[in-house]
Design a protein around this ligand. Structure first.
Ligand SMILES: NC(=O)c1ccc[n+]([C@@H]2O[C@H](COP(=O)([O-])OP(=O)(O)OC[C@H]3O[C@@H](n4cnc5c(N)ncnc54)[C@H](OP(=O)(O)O)[C@@H]3O)[C@@H](O)[C@H]2O)c1
Length: 422
């Protein structure tokens, strides 16, 4: 029998308790103690005699507990619990992307020192087995690029906007009512959730620590229905992508941003709250994994899979070659990779503006592929109106010079999105 100290019995912790009670695969696992903030509140589904406690040492320091499962969320307390458990020689399983993205190198160093496994399949894309695919099957290949839809909330919003022609605000209000978005959606819609996952995936795919704080990040919070509509009219779908690729000089380019994907791109058809990760590698060429990227049931499946590996002695003990311990990547200069761009600008509603804008692009040697001024109600000449442009291939650095010149005119830069060609 493998005994578990469960740190956290909220949404995911309760899902794990349910799965442990019902899965025949979990027969050899038993929860011995549960750590929560409020130890007086009843926690349904726990075996008779389970200790419910608010003291973390009741888990980390109990020699009768083999594995600590960390489902607290946040970084500081989670780090205290996980590092103490590892130092006490216990295996750990965590679903906490913030913890690993921020403090992964310290935690894997502790796991290596104390020769215990640290499972984290559930930390990225919940139920999709992307961590073990990268760590096991794809270890035998050389990965050249990885891109993923790793945040279900933003994908749900973009899908609803695209399919129902509903505004960002209306879709967000619906998502909050249905539980697909938090009351404070900033963490999801600004790309903060996705960039933690991008850091973890890029670390595993490319073999050295990628610090998520160094990955350029933007979200979907400035997008409007007009952008979704225009993208589709041009044969693209807007998706929030976490992307990392080897550059020509063997550095790493990484980014979290909304991009225009061709409709035939494998990730363009990932709908609603589903996630998908596409891996380009030399041998397998293209591998797509997709599935439920959030929710208690899929997340609990990944946690249980890690627990079974530990219980059956199959979990890997990290060594010096573990990607979180094998040095850190310097991220490359993304500005050097040429791309096409979609821009929605806010420009004054007066004659001559179009020529002025086109002149600015020409001066910086950027060739425009299309220009569109959507009709808006008469603004009496005083305010700013949208102007939608696409460019031919150019560098981001050069585009930024144009954007700076536009800003110097006091004109708005509403949306700048990369157009991906394949
Ligand atoms: N939600 C998803 O779909 C999903 C998917 C994949 C991974 N995850 C990750 O899973 C983790 C847990 O998420 P969740 O949604 O289950 O969180 P949650 O519902 O907020 O539950 C947190 C649990 O931890 C306990 N807790 C928090 N801080 C504590 C502290 N300082 N001391 C003692 N107990 C404490 C809470 O106790 P009380 O019950 O007493 O408040 C609660 O039981 C997070 O890292 C999250 O990112 C979530």
């Amino acid at each position: 029998m493998t005994t578990i100290g469960l740190a956290g019995a909220g949404t995911i912790g309760s899902g794990l308790i349910r799965l442990l009670n019902t899965s025949p695969a979990a027969r050899s696992l038993r929860i011995k103690a549960v750590l929560v903030r409020d130890a007086a509140r009843p926690r349904p589904g726990l075996p008779v005699g389970t200790l419910v406690t608010a003291r973390s040492q009741d888990l980390t320091d109990d020699p009768g507990i083999d594995v600590v499962v960390e489902l607290l969320g946040g970084v500081d307390e989670a780090f205290r619990v996980v590092s103490r458990a590892l130092a006490q020689g216990k295996a750990v399983v965590t679903a906490n992307k913030n913890l690993l993205a921020e403090r992964g190198p310290e935690l894997f160093a502790l796991a290596a020192k104390h020769r215990v496994p640290l499972g984290f399949e559930a930390s990225v894309c919940a139920g999709i087995p992307i961590i073990r695919t990268l760590q096991e099957a794809l270890r035998a290949d050389r990965i050249t690029a990885l891109e993923g839809i790793v945040n279900g909330t933003t994908n749900y919003l973009l899908t609803r906007m695209s399919e129902e022609r509903a505004s960002y605000q209306d879709c967000l209000a619906d998502a909050q009512r249905l539980g697909f978005a938090e009351p404070d959606p900033d963490y999801d819609v600004s790309g903060k959730d996705a960039v933690c996952k991008a850091g973890i995936l890029a670390t595993l795919a490319f073999g050295a620590y990628v610090d998520f704080r160094k990955i350029p990040t933007s979200g979907i919070d400035t997008l409007e229905l007009e952008d979704v509509r225009q993208a589709e009219a041009m044969g693209y779908r807007i998706k929030l992508l976490a992307a990392a690729r080897r550059s020509a000089d063997d550095q790493l380019d990484a980014e979290v941003a909304a991009v225009l994907l061709p409709l035939e791109h494998p990730l363009a058809s990932i709908r609603m709250e589903y996630n998908g990760v596409l891996v380009d590698s030399e041998g397998l060429v293209r591998t797509l994994l997709s599935g439920k990227g959030a929710g208690p049931a899929p997340t609990a499946v990944s946690i249980l899979a890690d627990l079974l590996d530990i219980a059956e002695g199959r979990a890997r003990i990290p060594g010096a070659e573990h990607p979180f311990l094998a040095g850190a990547f310097d991220l490359g200069n993304r500005q050097s990779t040429p791309s096409r761009y979609y821009l929605r600008l806010a420009v004054p509603d007066r004659s001559g503006t179009l020529a002025q804008v086109a002149g600015l692009f020409a001066r910086h040697d950027i060739s425009l592929a299309s220009v569109l001024q959507p009709e808006v109600p008469d603004t009496a000449g005083g305010s700013l109106v949208p102007l939608i442009l696409t460019t031919h291939s150019t560098s981001r650095g050069r585009l930024d010079l144009v954007l700076a010149a536009l800003a110097a005119e006091g004109w708005g830069r509403s949306v700048v999105l990369r157009i991906q060609e394949n």
